[in-house]
Design a binder for this molecule. Structure first.
Ligand code: PGA
Length: 255
C-alpha cells in the first residue's frame, strides 16, 4: 500500500490567487509515484479537479445528507461530483470549536461511504484526557462510535483511513508538546488492535492508520518508518509549498 500524505490547509489561504500559486508549486513536485499518494484538502471554494493531475483533492468536512433544505451545507455527493477522492471527518477542531459529536461524525462518515469517497476519520485525545489516563478509552469511543454500523464489506470498499491526531500535539495548540515516533508507534499498535477486535484481522489490515500533529520534513520519516504509520496528515507545514515539497521528497527518495 502507498503511503498517504494529506495536506489539510484548514481555513487558508485567503484568496483563490494564493491557493493557485500553492497548487502550482506542489503540482510540480507531486509527480505520480509508486511510493506515495498525495492529497490536498483546501477549503471548499478552491476545490477543482480539472487543473491538477499530480495529486488528488479532498475536502475537510461534509454534511451527512446528500441534498435538500440544509442552508450552508455541502454534501458528500456534491464533493464526489466535483472530483474529491477523500474527506476528512471529525477533525479535532470541528469537534472542539463547532461541537461536532460522535453521532454526527458517524453520519458524515456513512454519507462519504455512500458517495464513494474515501473517509479519513480523525480521532485523538486532549492533553487533559492523556493526563487522566483516559487515552485508550477516549480513542476507542471515538473510533467505535465513528464507525458504528459500518460493515466489513463497506470498510473494504471505501478504503477508509483513521488519522490519529493527539490534540496536544497539533501545531496550533499552545502547550508546544510533540508526539515522538515511539509514542505514535504505540498508538498505532493500540488502534490496530481495536480495529482487529471490531472487524477481524483481514479487514482491519486494509484500514490505513495515519498520524497527524506537527509533522514536518524533519520528523516525517520517523512517523512512517519508526512508527510504521500508513501515512500522515499535515496542517501548518503544508501551507508552505517549499516545506510540503520537502516532506514529499523525504518519503519519495528514502529507502
Ligand atoms: P498540524 O495540524 O500539522 O499543524 O499540527 C495537523 C492537523 O490539524 O490536521
Amino acid at each position: 500500500m502507498k503511503s498517504l500524505i494529506i495536506a489539510n490547509w484548514k481555513c487558508n489561504p485567503e484568496s483563490l490567487e494564493k491557493a493557485k500559486l500553492m497548487f502550482n508549486s506542489i503540482q510540480r513536485a507531486a509527480k505520480k509515484s509508486r511510493k506515495i499518494e498525495v492529497v490536498i484538502c483546501p477549503p471548499f471554494l478552491y476545490l477543482d479537479k480539472k487543473t491538477y493531475s499530480n495529486f488528488k483533492i479532498g475536502a475537510q468536512n461534509c454534511f451527512w445528507e446528500q441534498a435538500g433544505a440544509f442552508t450552508g451545507e455541502i454534501s458528500a455527493k456534491m464533493l464526489k461530483n466535483i472530483g474529491c477522492k477523500y474527506i476528512l471527518i471529525g477533525h479535532s477542531e470541528r469537534r472542539r470549536i463547532l461541537n461536532e459529536n460522535n453521532s454526527q461524525i458517524n453520519k458524515k462518515l456513512k454519507s462519504a461511504i455512500k458517495a464513494k469517497i474515501c473517509p479519513v476519520l480523525c480521532i485523538g485525545e486532549t492533553l487533559e484526557q492523556k493526563k487522566q489516563g483516559k487515552m485508550k478509552q477516549v480513542l476507542q469511543t471515538q473510533l467505535f462510535l465513528g464507525l458504528k454500523g459500518v460493515s466489513r464489506k463497506e470498510i473494504e470498499k471505501s478504503k477508509i483511513s483513521i488519522a490519529y491526531e493527539p490534540v496536544w500535539a497539533i501545531s496550533t495548540t499552545t502547550n508546544k508538546k510533540k508526539c515522538s515516533s515511539e509514542e505514535a508507534h504505540i498508538m498505532n499498535l493500540v488502534l490496530r488492535k481495536m480495529l482487529v477486535q471490531k472487524y477481524g484481522k483481514t479487514v482491519a489490515h486494509k484500514i490505513r492508520i495515519l498520524y497527524g500533529g506537527s509533522v514536518d520534513s524533519k520528523n516525517v520519516r520517523g512517523f512512517i518508518y519508526e512508527a510504521k504509520m500508513d501515512g500522515i496528515l499535515v496542517g501548518k507545514a503544508s501551507l508552505s509549498p517549499q516545506e510540503f515539497i520537502e516532506i514529499i521528497k523525504a518519503l519519495e527518495f528514502s529507502k
